[in-house]
Each structure stands twice: as structure tokens, then as C-alpha cells.
Design a protein around this ligand. Structure first.
Ligand code: MG
Length: 407
């Protein structure tokens, strides 16, 4: 009998966390849940704790931790805040961490997990965008794996298995195009929050769904891919593939191109990361080649969806540029979700913050977090100048990241 993989999940109540627990539940002989961390969805966390009996759970707020401690099953400990997250990420009983918190707040616990020599399956693309160099170097130094959960990067990871890396020409990331594929700028002016939240292919959280509608998700994935696979920016291409069947491709110097295909269900890349290097069964209907219809591929419209070119500029620039791009986008998306700005203002705000920044080589996590805080402040300031009413998560971000002064 093989030893079970002992897993901690950061972000257990979100879409990736829930799917991860489903995969784990269908293979109880292989996996054991050690700890779960969530934000504020106490009801779902409690349900998960009753079902999977972890040793620890963590939530964001002290008050929520207190409430939970009265209802949790006996033997389940509860922690809170950034320290709680880090404790879950580095729990001595766990050997594997799923990093599935959305946004910049996933960075510190992900780094803590790698430093504690845990293998990490990463869905939190923002932390790779902010600190891909640091995270991949830490994994290497500690002798642990950083395995992709993002479907495109899982595809590339699978396609490169056993290949001669020196023969790789380029990777091609596919994008569904989101709900606004083929819309003109004029039409984008008019789109509502509800339309932006209605993704044609994937069921996901709100932040990533808006990022898909703006194509920022793909911009972040270009940066993510650069770090996960140690590629030159010129080796990464993006094509629009509305059917979301081909999850990415790799091209070799002999002219061969390989594609990974599957139905659009996150349980597939999650299961691959959890069971790597083996493959386990996943309970979803298999892809039916005869019924799936034609597969189409188009060049992305970078005039209408301009963030993709900012991602390449960030990669050619110094490391703080990507941190700033990501932080400005987080503020812009939140403002759009709060109905404070129209859709196209997301681009304007991100571009203006990006242009206002003079990039530097940020090396430590403290420097990266201080540029993150700077860009967040700058984005809020610009929103105020433009007379958008903002109270937003400013104080939260201050609290989470300490100093807000320009580094
Ligand atoms: Mg993806």
C-alpha cells in the first residue's frame, strides 16, 4: 500500500478548492486532507471540515475563527489571518499544498509552503505573476515541485513530459475569448457587469471571470508560463480557441505540434497535479470527438483587448512591472465588480498605473509586496481623481501588506 499524499488546501471554499476536494473524495486511498484555509465562507468551510476531518482550518478574521471554534468537530484546530494561512501552508503533517487563493494574498503562503519543503500545486496565478522568479528559485533550492493547476499550463506541462527541451520552439496558450470575443470597442463601452460575469465555457470565481472577459487572464498566463517553464517571452504565443477543447499546444523545431485536449473541467488539471507523475480516474464524461464539432483558432484582437501587449512589455522590463500590472488590475476589477467603473475603464486604469511606474528589479518578497501596495494606492488615487466613488478594500490592503509608501 502506497503512502497517502497528505494535502493542505489554501482557498478550499473557492471553485478550485471545491473541485480539489471532489477529486480527493473520489480517491480516499490516495489522499488525506490535513488542513483547509478559506476566506469568509464559514458555512462551506464547516461543511468541508465535517466531511474531511482536517487537523486544522484557517479563516481570515479572528472573530470568524472564534465563531467556528464553537461548531467545528472535536479535534479540528482553528487559526486566522496571514499567520494562520502560513501555518496551514507549512503544517508539518502535510507534504503537499494546493495554492488556490485568488489574488496577491496567495503569494506569502505559497512561498511559505515552498520554504517548508512542500510540493505545491499552484492555481494562484497572481503570485507567479508577481514573484515567479522567486517562487521557482525557491522550489528548486528546496528540491520540491511547483505543479501547474491552470488548465493551459497543465496542458503544457503534460505536453513537455519526456520531451527534449532543447528542441522546443514555442508554446501556444489557448484562450476561449470570453463572453466578448469579436465585440468592437464601441460595443464594449456598453457591456454590463452581468454580461461580463457570464463566461461561455468555464464556471469560475468572479475575479478570474472578469479577467477572462478583458483577456487579462491570458496576459497573466503569459507571465505565469514564462516562469513555470523558463521560456523567453518570444516563445509564448496566444490564440483564441472558442471551443475550449484544446487547452494549449507546444511546437518543436522539427515542425511537430502537440496539443492537449479534454472537456473544460478543472478536475482534470487538478487530478494531474495531485497524482503526478501518475494519472488517476476522474469522474466526468469523456470528450466525444465525433460530437464536439469543429475546432477554431483565431488571432487575438490586441487593439480591442490591449492588456496582452502590456504583459509582454512587463516581461521585457524589470520585475516590478509585472507586480504593478497585477495590482492595478486587481483594483480595477474590484471597482468594476462594485459597479464603480465601466468595463473599458479597467484597461485605462491598468495602463495609466503601468505607465506611471518606473520599473526596478525587485528581489525580495518585501519589495514585491511594497510595489503591490504602491500600485494599489496609485490605482485608488487615480479612481478618486476621476471622481469615481471609491472606498474599496483600501484599508484591507494596507492591513494585509503593511507600508503603503512608495518604495
Ligand atoms: Mg487558465
Amino acid at each position: 500500500m502506497k503512502q497517502k499524499r497528505r494535502i493542505s488546501i489554501l482557498g478550499s471554499t473557492g471553485s478550485i478548492g471545491v473541485n480539489t476536494l471532489e477529486v480527493i473524495a473520489s480517491h480516499p486511498d490516495r489522499f488525506e486532507v490535513i488542513a483547509l484555509a478559506a476566506g469568509a465562507n464559514l458555512e462551506r468551510l464547516l461543511e468541508q471540515a465535517r466531511r474531511f476531518r482536517p487537523l486544522w482550518v484557517a479563516v481570515r478574521e479572528r472573530e470568524d475563527a472564534r465563531k467556528l471554534s464553537q461548531t467545528l468537530p472535536a479535534g479540528v484546530q482553528v487559526a486566522f489571518g496571514t499567520e494562520g494561512l502560513k501555518a496551514i501552508a507549512s503544517h508539518p503533517k502535510a507534504d503537499f499544498v494546493v495554492s488556490a487563493i485568488v489574488g496577491a494574498s496567495g503569494l506569502e503562503p505559497t512561498l511559505a509552503a515552498l520554504q517548508a519543503k512542500k510540493n505545491v500545486a499552484i492555481a494562484n496565478k497572481e503570485s507567479l505573476v508577481m514573484a515567479g522568479s522567486l517562487l521557482t528559485a525557491t522550489a528548486k533550492k528546496q528540491g520540491v515541485s511547483l505543479l501547474p493547476i491552470d488548465s493551459e499550463h497543465s496542458a503544457i506541462f503534460q505536453l513537455l513530459e519526456g520531451q527534449d527541451r532543447s528542441a522546443l520552439d514555442k508554446v501556444i496558450l489557448t484562450a476561449s475569448g470570453g463572453p466578448f470575443f469579436r465585440k468592437t470597442k464601441g460595443e464594449l463601452n456598453e457591456v454590463s457587469l452581468e454580461e461580463a460575469l457570464h463566461h461561455p465555457r468555464w464556471q469560475m470565481g468572479r475575479k478570474i471571470t472578469i479577467d477572462s472577459a478583458t483577456l487579462t487572464n491570458k496576459a497573466l498566463e503569459v507571465i505565469e508560463g514564462r516562469w513555470l517553464f523558463d521560456l523567453r517571452p518570444s516563445q509564448i504565443e496566444v490564440v483564441i480557441h472558442p471551443q475550449s477543447i484544446v487547452h494549449s499546444l507546444v511546437a518543436f523545431r522539427d515542425g511537430s505540434m502537440l496539443a492537449q485536449m479534454a472537456v473544460a473541467d478543472m478536475k482534470i488539471p487538478i487530478a494531474y497535479a495531485l497524482s503526478y507523475p501518475e494519472r488517476i480516474s476522474v469522474k466526468i464524461p469523456p470528450l466525444n470527438l465525433v460530437e464536439m464539432g469543429a475546432l477554431e483558432f483565431y488571432a487575438p484582437d490586441v487593439e480591442t483587448f490591449p492588456i496582452l501587449s502590456l504583459a509582454y512589455r512587463a516581461l521585457e522590463s524589470k520585475s516590478s512591472a509585472a507586480v504593478v500590472l497585477n495590482a492595478a488590475n486587481e483594483v480595477a476589477v474590484q471597482a468594476f465588480l462594485d459597479r464603480q467603473i465601466p468595463f473599458l475603464e479597467i484597461y485605462t486604469l491598468v495602463r495609466e498605473v503601468f505607465e506611471a511606474h518606473r520599473p526596478v528589479e525587485a528581489q525580495s518578497i518585501e519589495e514585491m509586496l511594497s510595489w503591490d501596495a504602491w500600485a494599489s494606492e496609485e490605482a485608488h488615487r487615480m479612481l478618486e481623481v476621476k471622481n469615481y466613488k471609491v472606498d474599496l478594500g483600501r484599508s484591507f490592503r494596507k492591513a494585509a501588506h503593511g507600508s503603503t509608501s512608495s518604495p
